[in-house]
Design a protein around this ligand. Structure first.
Ligand code: PEP
Length: 261
């Protein structure tokens, strides 16, 4: 079945000391309390990447993630971080196309397509973020809008490469606002995206694609959202900065998903 994932997006939060304190709390909690079928991905800020892995070296269901990378492999791009650099620090997942990067850093679907290519060429998994604004949802065009984001940034990939992609549906109006999408809204979009993937890559690949929900997800609403048939976990911002809240989110999958083959 599909890989279940809960990914933490720490964003631009925490000092070195605070990051060490949080990771030191989260790792044993995940080890002791979270089902081994759930992969926990910690997408930490770049400066933490060098040391974060030491805290969970032998724990197979925790992986290291980054929050971005540059779309070129190397060169005179002062201040940027490349996919080969991330790979050399044992990073396995890279968030690509978060709405904050699209909004504040002007990232376009074309640039995101290049970033996705870089991440995959370096044997990592992109966590590709997509999602509509409130205005687009209110216009009723939201499903087509998000479908187009996938078409433009992902559908250049071969089937073999597409199978390495994780998708995170994150409605912009739900991110950091305390207003999560309802389970029905999440399921409707996830189902539509899976059908869209199937139309290009076939049902087998579509059924194996992990699609996460993100946007004000917390320990209270995660059980209902994770129970939706097409929701395979979450991308968690604010609530990932609290160890017990985050661990409880990681424990929110219904039993039937945990025992599926
Ligand atoms: C995010 O930014 O990816 C996110 C889901 O944030 P939050 O959980 O805080 O809404």
């Amino acid at each position: 079945m599909r890989q279940l994932i809960v990914a933490a997006n720490w964003k631009m939060n925490l000092t070195r000391q605070e990051g060490i304190a949080l990771i030191s709390e989260v790792v044993p909690m995940v080890r002791d309390q979270v089902h081994t079928k759930v992969k926990v991905v910690l997408c930490v800020p770049f400066p933490f990447i060098g040391f974060a892995k030491r805290f969970f070296q032998s724990q197979k269901n925790i992986a290291l993630g980054a929050q971005n990378c540059y779309y070129k492999p190397a060169g005179a791009y002062t201040g940027e971080i490349s996919a080969p650099m991330l790979k050399s620090f044992d990073v396995d997942y890279v968030i690509i196309g978060h709405s904050e990067r699209r909004q504040y850093f002007g990232e376009t679907e074309e640039v995101l397509a290049e970033k996705v290519r870089q991440v995959i060429a370096n044997q990592m998994h992109p966590i590709f973020c997509c999602g509509e604004s409130l205005q687009t949802r209110q216009s009723g065009y939201h499903i087509n809008f998000v479908r187009q984001q996938l078409s433009q940034s992902l559908f250049h990939l071969s089937a073999e490469d597409f199978a390495k992609v994780v998708i995170a549906y994150e409605p912009i109006w739900a991110i950091g606002t305390g207003h999560n999408a309802t389970a029905q809204q999440a399921q409707e979009m996830h189902f539509a995206l899976r059908q869209h993937i199937a139309s290009v890559y076939g049902q087998e690949i579509a059924q194996q694609t992990t699609i996460l929900y993100g946007g004000s997800c917390n320990a209270n609403n995660a059980p209902e959202i994770f129970a939706c048939p097409d929701v395979d976990g979450g991308l968690i911002g604010g609530a990932s900065l609290k160890s017990s809240e985050f661990t409880n989110i990681c424990k929110s999958f219904p039993l039937y998903k945990l025992i599926a083959d």
